[in-house]
Design a protein around this ligand. Structure first.
Ligand code: GLY
Length: 566
């Protein structure tokens, strides 16, 4: 018997034996647009993108405008001081990825976050400018604009400059996010100056003006990437970094360059999947998970049935185990991407999958899973020409390393924590680091960001991604399966409660209402350790109904996501 027929027979048996979850409660209808759509975590940023589309800009122009707007209105993750990945598919079918991941400063060393006894010092890779990689966002957004956009810098940066200069009303979410960080901002006078009202928290409805950030945005608008990576802004970054023990130099900034790379191309049940290549692990994980899931009849098993969740968890465990061993910056280490994402490899990986029992992961003590969802942001854009863009960018932790560059008005990232600080040690997301992801000067740290585009019959069909560190690829996989296997519309697919397993810690996380109580009991008896969490990850997605001529937006109710069509 082939392993595929074995898997199908076992999944059919599981469908009969194991209880199923009911589909989640009704979602509101997706937001509709005839011409285009932006879905992001913030309403002002989505509006900035749609206004660019209305003025005739293409999806890349709008994506760049949304990126700069999020840097103003969504400072917890939108950024100038961080990095990310942009996946683009142009109407003619050309697709690409702009890698603007941060890089380790030239003076960084493998053991820079270890104490004399070789133990990781957690705070060192998390708080303060020593935790920061060389920022990539400005170069990445401007590279995308130059190569694939159609408008000028003024058109795409102007709206965010106005938002920084004139200010905007603080939302309840932003007030709570900023207020909660005041004890940590207090270490950095520039952060207190920029994001508190003379030491008191911003309240809902207050106007947040960011004059320093407006100066930085103006420099970028007038001088392009030079306006950020050299001159006054660069000098301010270096001064801030020096003041608080960091190592980014003027040369690091001048030398930074984003890279256009081939994206990863895979398939799932006849749909083409375009997703992020290394140095993100996200796309590799996504394709590995989907390749494994394809071997199960999910529809027959039923949405979030014990059998379907077992199939997903087993697929995720195996993919994450490979992440730790094989993935790193492809400019520095050999990454066997082709092998990892091949269908044959996934089949072989499932050879020891027991349909009745959980596969035990190695026992390693866990970190704090509640930390994982507070960072990063994803947005998607579709235009009326048939171009689509999927972007995930981040400061890593909420508000990055918590230090605002004095006089320049933006947070620096704490992305260095995404490196392997020490082989076997867990990072902020409880991910186990391997040797290929160890720190080296100018290397990019491994990411889990998974900006993705699903193509059907040679047309873009679904554009999606998520925030949530290690939970991003598992979330993207579930949304794709919700649409393709379970026929959900884009809003239902985003809303549907999710589960997550990342091999280590050996715990199956599930959101409230993701699993019926008998499914929880059943998975427990199969050997899973289960833990209920408020949120696994937060996703933003759009779907293109080519036949009907609609773009449909699905913003995540787990955050104040905002889909805006026109
Ligand atoms: N900083 C989170 C990630 O890149 O996965």
């Amino acid at each position: 018997m082939t392993s595929r027929s074995r898997a199908l027979i076992l999944s059919a048996a599981a469908a009969l034996l194991f209880p199923q979850s009911r589909l989640p409660a009704a979602s509101h209808a997706p937001v509709r647009g005839r011409n285009g759509m932006v879905v992001s975590a913030d309403s002002l940023a989505s509006s900035a993108g749609v206004s660019v589309l209305r003025r005739g800009g293409n999806a890349v122009d709008a994506a760049v405008a949304v990126g700069f707007a999020l840097a103003v209105t969504y400072p917890e993750a939108g950024n100038l001081g961080g990095g990310g990945f942009m996946v683009i598919r142009m109407a003619g079918g050309e697709s690409t990825m702009i890698d603007f991941r941060e890089k380790a400063p030239a003076a960084s060393t493998r053991d820079m976050y270890l104490d004399a006894g070789g133990r990781p010092i957690r705070e060192k890779s998390l708080t303060g400018p020593l935790a920061a990689g060389v920022p990539g966002t400005v170069d990445g957004l401007l590279t995308a604009l130059n190569e694939y956009g159609s408008l000028g810098r003024e058109d795409v940066i102007g709206p965010s400059l106005a938002l920084a200069d004139l200010g905007f009303p603080v939302t309840d979410h932003l007030a709570r996010a900023l207020g909660g960080e005041i004890p940590r901002f207090a270490i950095f006078p520039s952060s207190m100056k920029t994001f508190t009202r003379k030491g008191r928290p911003y309240r809902w409805g207050d106007t947040l003006r960011q004059p320093d950030l407006a100066v930085t945005l103006r420099a970028i608008m007038e001088r392009g990437a030079e306006g950020f990576y050299s001159g006054d802004v660069a000098a301010r970054i270096v001064a801030e970094v020096k003041k608080d023990g960091g190592i980014i130099t003027a040369d690091d900034l001048r030398d930074y360059g984003s890279v256009e790379r081939d994206l990863l191309v895979g398939s799932y049940r006849g749909y083409e999947i375009l997703t992020a290549a290394p140095p993100s692990s996200g796309g590799v994980l996504l394709l590995q998970i989907l390749n494994s899931l394809e071997r199960f009849d999910l529809q027959r098993l039923g949405w979030n049935s014990s059998g379907a969740v077992h199939a997903l968890a087993g697929s995720c465990q195996r993919a994450f185990a490979d992440r730790s061993e094989y993935l790193g910056d492809p400019d520095f280490v050999q990454v066997p991407v082709g092998e990892l994402v091949s269908k044959e490899y996934s089949a072989a990986r499932l050879a020891d999958f027991d349909s009745m029992r959980a596969s035990p992961s190695a026992r390693i003590s866990s970190g704090d899973p509640s930390l994982a969802d507070h960072q990063t942001t994803h947005y998607c854009v579709a235009d009326r020409f048939g171009n689509v863009v999927s972007v995930t960018f981040t400061l890593n932790g909420l508000f990055g390393c918590k230090a605002v560059v004095d006089g320049a008005g933006f947070f620096l990232n704490n992305e260095m924590d995404d490196f392997t600080v020490k082989p076997g040690a867990l990072n902020m997301f409880s991910l186990v680091g391997g040797a290929r992801n160890q720190i080296e000067p100018r290397k990019r740290m491994l990411s889990s960001m998974t900006p993705t585009i699903v193509v059907k019959d040679n047309r873009p069909f679904l554009v999606l991604g998520a925030r949530g560190g290690s939970r991003i690829p598992t979330t993207v996989a579930q949304i794709i399966a919700n649409v393709i296997d379970f026929g959900m519309n884009v809003q239902e697919a985003v809303d549907a409660p999710r589960v997550h397993h990342q091999w280590i810690p050996d715990t199956l996380l599930y959101e409230k209402r993701a699993l019926e109580s008998d499914v929880v009991r059943n998975l427990g008896s199969m050997g899973y350790v289960l833990q209920e969490v408020e949120v696994t990850a937060r996703a933003e997605a759009l779907m293109i109904d080519s036949a009907g001529g609609w773009v449909l937006g699905g913003a995540d109710p787990r955050e104040e996501g905002y889909a805006l069509g026109y």
